[in-house]
Ligand binder design. Structure first.
Ligand SMILES: Cc1cc2nc3c(=O)[nH]c(=O)nc-3n(C[C@H](O)[C@H](O)[C@H](O)COP(=O)(O)O)c2cc1C
Length: 518
């Protein structure tokens, strides 16, 4: 007689569940599992797939965050060169406070067929660079996979725009495709640091001489986490990434919050000059998110005193993206781009420096309208990080910090990165950039303009109430050239101009109570 063992199909799983349930009853940390053994896993699973469920079934076209479904869709379609237009009219509530629009003309121009460019390079620069109006914003190798970096740089090469390296150093993946690079130097001086973590001038000089390096950016801060150094989890710190950065592998890597090479506004500008001397006078600038207004004015005073000027300044908005940052910093530290950009532009105008320094910006630039809006607010050109990630196929899963990015963009896991093919994706990056700047050309032509420098604050309108509309010219302070040098300081500057000192950073209230921090 044969005995059927089919009952084991039921008995083994039931036994395993009973053991797990018993373990849960006495779980060392989770109160949910102790109170609801086994059942609590249902909640954990729902939490895990919540973002996907929300994105696919709950969010509407205009309310998704950080970037809305409409924004994401537009990038995907422009990158894929597929259906790029929409029917049936806007989904936005044009009567809601905060709604913004551009004024067109009855006499539009023909749109320019070529990309406009902005020349970067002031009086001390020997190798000026003609920057495109839309470029790849800083994202490091390490934060991004090698294939993602290759695709971004390949796209930059195909489309003749710039690719910023991010603070994680200059890798072979940045250099191999041959696209123009903006090399970013952060507080940890990755790629040009001594063993002790200080700036290494010889290493910097050697790498800055790479022909692909067109500009050098000193990163002071980033909108998503100003005042915090970058963090790289140990899981992402492979041997290769560690080698590019000059740090130990498989260990968590935290950049210091501030620079060790300078402590004062004058010190910052002397560092700008030092880098410029070391890189044969290529354009050197800095990137920051505005915090205390007096600190930026202190840099302006230092510029006036030393006559050392950065070739460009990149303003990042508090709404900026990141590979990893605490929520408090993402949500509540740093001036949003509109105010930050406006302030930097007005400060340079008021100090008589604006025509010698270019302004770049980053913060959710995904469309031609955003480009026009930011140029009106004071930028000369724009950079985009997350939109470029979308062009690579990012689905906004918001798991960049886990090393489990489902699209192979922000992970070092080979089973995921193999899915991202740089030779295919580089075309999508290029297509997105090209379609967006061409749309920008059509937009300004519809406004009757021949070039971006004709954009003006009177052309951008905002609804400020149910029956009230104002232009940016009326909403935001418009400084007169050199007004801060003439002694008659407008109330817009508050005490900030008076408080700004070229020999110290730090808020006035702290200085008054505790003395100068330097
Ligand atoms: C994955 C990721 C990595 C980033 N890494 C850097 C970095 O290394 N250095 C930096 O200055 N900014 C970094 N940023 C910020 C972007 O360069 C950019 O300033 C910010 O995301 C705003 O642009 P966006 O709204 O187009 O994304 C990173 C952003 C992302 C999403």
């Amino acid at each position: 007689m044969t005995v059927s063992l089919h009952w084991l199909w039921f008995a083994i799983p039931a036994f395993c569940l009973a053991v797990l349930g018993l373990y849960d009853l006495f779980h060392p940390t989770s109160n949910l599992l102790r109170i609801y053994p086994l059942l609590a896993y249902g909640r954990f699973a729902s939490e895990e797939i919540r973002p996907e469920i929300h994105q696919y079934f709950v969010e509407d076209d205009i309310s998704g965050t950080p970037l809305s479904r409409n924004d994401r869709q537009m990038v995907y379609e422009r990158a894929a060169k597929s259906h790029e237009e929409k029917s049936f009219g806007t989904e936005l509530d044009v009567y809601a406070a905060g709604y913004e629009w551009l004024n067109h003309t009855i006499a539009p121009k023909q749109a320019n067929k070529d990309q406009f460019r902005v020349r970067i390079g002031g009086k001390d620069c020997r190798h000026p660079y003609d920057m495109a109006l839309l470029n790849v914003s800083s994202m490091s190798f390490g934060s991004l996979s090698a294939n993602a970096v290759l695709a971004l740089n390949g796209g930059a090469k195909l489309g003749n725009f710039a690719h910023a390296t991010g603070e994680g150093g200059l890798s072979q993946y940045h250099l191999r495709p041959g696209g123009d690079l903006v090399w970013e130097i952060g507080t940890a001086y990755f790629g040009c640091r001594t063993k002790e973590g200080r700036f290494d001038p010889d290493l910097f000089k050697e790498k800055a001489a790479e022909p692909a390096v067109k500009c050098v950016t000193i990163k002071l801060s980033q909108g998503a986490k100003p005042g915090l150094g970058g963090v790289m989890p140990a899981s992402k710190m492979t041997e290769e990434i560690a080698d590019v950065r000059g740090v130990p592998a498989h260990q968590k890597c935290e950049s210091p919050p501030g620079h060790s090479e300078f402590e004062t506004p004058i010190g910052l500008l002397e560092f700008v000059q030092r880098l410029r001397d070391l890189c044969d006078a290529k354009p050197v600038g800095f990137k920051l998110c505005i915090g205390h207004r007096s600190e930026f004015l202190a840099i302006c005073k230092a510029m006036l005193e030393t006559n050392i000027l950065p070739d460009y300044i990149i303003v990042d908005g508090g709404e900026g993206g990141t590979g990893a940052a605490p929520l408090e910093f993402e949500d509540h530290v740093g001036v949003p781009l509109t105010e930050g950009l406006h302030f930097v532009h007005q400060a340079l105008v008021a100090c008589g420096l604006r025509d010698q320094i270019r302004i770049g910006c980053s913060g959710k630039v995904t469309s031609a309208f955003e480009m026009a809006r930011r140029i009106i607010q004071g930028a000369d050109y724009c950079n985009a990080a997350r939109a470029m990630m979308l062009a690579l196929g990012c689905i906004q899963a918001q798991r960049c910090e886990t090393n489990r990015c489902p699209t192979g963009i922000t992970t070092q896991d080979p089973s995921r990165t193999r899915g991202l093919k740089p030779d295919v994706k580089q075309h999508l990056v290029r297509n997105f950039q090209y379609a967006t700047v061409m749309e920008f050309n059509r937009l300004i032509a519809s406004m009757g303009l021949l070039s971006p420098d004709q954009l003006h604050a009177s052309m951008l309108m905002r609804r400020v109430g149910p029956t009230r509309v104002k232009s940016y010219e009326d909403l935001y302070y418009q400084a007169k050239p050199n007004e801060l040098l003439d002694g008659d300081v407008d109330p817009f500057w508050g005490r900030d101009w008076q408080d700004a000192r070229s020999d110290t950073f730090g808020p006035r209230s702290v200085r008054e109570r505790h003395g100068t921090p330097t």
